[in-house]
Design a binder for this molecule. Structure first.
Ligand SMILES: Cc1ncc(COP(=O)(O)OP(=O)(O)O)c(N)n1
Ligand SMILES: Cc1ncsc1CCOP(=O)(O)O
Ligand SMILES: [Mg+2]
Length: 535
């Protein structure tokens, strides 16, 4: 029988002190609900203050561990930590290229690989062989990795090694990401180029990320959280990379895995206590909880790239976004019909829907579009409903709609200040933790979480989240506004969706394709409120 726990491999060194390396990775993977397998690259004699010895395993034993695991315990994700010398880098890169390129072709699953280019222990002692005094050459891993997680010093060493001397950190980071063919998370935890006394600021440089919206591709994000002054943080780099691998193994997209792993490390450091005379190991606190644990997100190099204003202006003095505000909803949403024409709109309003959206995707002329929006707004007013206009925010502002619904891509062009100044409500789409955290920075009137199940209504770049991830997302933090689940929801799924803790559900086909949209709305509402359809 296959294990229900996703298998995560850690390919790393043993830390006899138990705070870092394989020991930290296995503790992290287990804590986050995975099954950890280990491939030991070297054994270190180490405690919390010194590294007294490092001995690499033989090539034969390294390969034997990899091959033995592959036949019975294939990974959902791999974390690579300490590789003791250049020979191990070459051997492992070659093995991964051979097995995982063909593996992906056979299984259709591209195993995510996260590499933490460790060279020095947190006590300052070197961990790699003397031949690598200028740093190890990780270029054999080009095009094989999902993400590399260097700290500031490692980033500088990697850049120097590949002759990357571009001006400015962001150009340098983009160049390195391009050279390695992977995404980068340059961590600011150590006293390297990214050090800030008050904030632990990581730079997430996106090169190629499957299943995310175009807004979040090929850009750099600054992930910034309050720095904890707890000196017990031994193994934080190992924990970060194995947590990212664990979240990816659970099926999360990279942006979500990175944000959650940073929160996991932050919580672990805040709760850590000393063991031994040096820096103690991180505590394991399970899946992160609470908005405060999540980093604030802003664009790196915002002046040079087109992007929404709210991502440029975030600063630590305006926590979570611009000083805009969007009104709270005054009526509970419950069942939220999303309809494509004014006739269906009038039917669900007549049935008593409190919150409705007009989502017009195709229209013959711009005059026709405006006419429909004007009629919809008038109907919404007549019924005292919270009517949201999807996408067409200029017309919604012009004619004084109750609210506007925008997706993450729509945020690029929308004038949020104009919407806020018109006193209108704002609904925002999100497709996972990262986008929900971004949406939250704007303090909207509600946040949609989607898509939960596969749906033919819209072609989505993201993966269906499923009920398990929705439950985690709801438990993660309260955004201070209603959370609305959307995507593939019908009456047969209502009870299970409600059990995740979301506040409301939005539905397209379950209402619009019913013989009577008004009756369908009433039946869905009864199921939502009472768990039983009205007789
Ligand atoms: C309630 C609700 N949630 C999500 C969406 C999707 O909005 P968006 O991502 O902008 O996609 P389109 O609807 O414009 O295709 C929505 N409309 N309503
Ligand atoms: C617009 C939208 N955004 C995310 S899923 C979705 C479509 C949901 O449609 P349905 O309820 O028919 O699955
Ligand atoms: Mg849209």
């Amino acid at each position: 029988m296959r294990s229900a726990k996703p298998i995560v491999w850690t390919i790393a060194g043993s830390d006899s002190g138990g705070g870092a390396g394989i020991q930290a990775d296995l503790a992290t993977i287990g804590d986050l609900g995975g099954h950890g397998c280990s491939v030991i690259t070297c054994v270190t004699a180490q405690n919390s203050v010194a590294v007294n010895g490092v001995e690499p395993v033989s090539d034969a034993l390294l390969l034997n561990q990899l091959n033995t695991l592959l036949v019975d315990l294939p990974p959902k994700a791999i974390k690579i930590g300490l590789l003791a010398n250049q020979r191990q880098i070459d051997l492992l890169a070659d093995w991964l290229a051979t097995h995982f390129t063909s593996h992906a072709k056979v299984t259709g699953y591209q195993v995510p690989i996260i590499l933490d280019p460790v060279m020095v222990a947190s006590c300052g002692d070197t961990l790699v062989s003397a031949e690598a005094d200028k740093g190890l050459d990780f270029s054999p891993f080009r095009q094989l990795l999902t993400l590399m997680t260097p700290n500031g010093h490692e980033f500088e060493a990697l850049s120097a090694l590949v002759g990357n001397d571009s001006d400015g950190i962001s150009a340098k980071a983009q160049n390195l990401a391009r050279y390695l063919g992977c995404n980068l998370l340059i961590t600011g935890g150590d006293k390297g180029a990214f050090w800030q006394a008050q904030y632990a600021e990581d730079h997430f440089v996106c090169h190629r990320v499957p299943h995310t919206s175009a807004l979040h591709q090929h850009r750099g994000f600054r992930l910034s959280s309050e720095r904890s002054d707890n000196p017990n943080h031994h193994g934080s780099g190992c924990t970060l990379s194995s947590a990212i691998a664990s979240f990816l193994a659970h099926g999360l997209v990279l942006h979500d895995a990175v944000l959650l792993a940073k929160a996991y490390v932050g919580q672990g450091i805040a709760a850590a206590s000393p063991v031994g005379a040096g820096s103690g190991p991180l505590e394991r606190c399970g899946w992160p909880k609470g908005l405060k644990s999540l980093a604030k997100i802003s664009l790196i190099d915002a002046e040079n790239c087109k992007g929404p204003d709210f991502l440029r202006h975030i600063s630590h003095h305006t926590p979570y976004g611009l000083a805009l505000s969007f009104p709270a909803l005054t009526q509970p949403i419950g069942i939220y019909p999303v309809v494509g024409d004014v006739k269906t709109l009038s039917q669900v309003l007549a049935a008593g829907a409190s919150t409705v959206q007009l989502r017009i995707k195709q229209v013959s002329t711009t005059d026709e579009l405006e006419r429909q929006i004007v009629d919809a707004i008038a109907l919404g007013r007549e019924y005292g409903a919270q009517l949201f206009i999807n996408d067409h925010w200029q017309l919604a502002v012009k004619h004084g709609a109750f609210g506007v619904h925008l997706g993450q891509e729509d945020l690029f062009d929308a004038d949020l200040e104009a919407i806020a100044n018109a006193g209108m409500a704002l609904g925002l789409s999100s497709h996972g933790v990262f986008e929900m955290a971004l949406a939250c920075q704007l303090k909207p009137s509600y946040i949609a979480l989607g898509h939960i199940f596969p749906t033919p209504t819209k072609s989505m770049p993201s993966k269906a989240q499923g009920l398990e991830n929705l439950k985690h997302l709801v438990a993660l933090f309260d955004p201070g506004c209603p959370r609305v689940a959307i995507g593939g929801i019908d009456k047969s799924r209502l009870e299970a969706v409600k059990a995740t803790g979301v506040d409301a559900v939005a539905l397209v086909r379950a209402v619009t394709q019913a013989p009577s949209p008004g009756d369908a709305y009433l039946e869905l509402l009864s199921l939502w409120e009472n768990g039983d359809a009205a007789s």
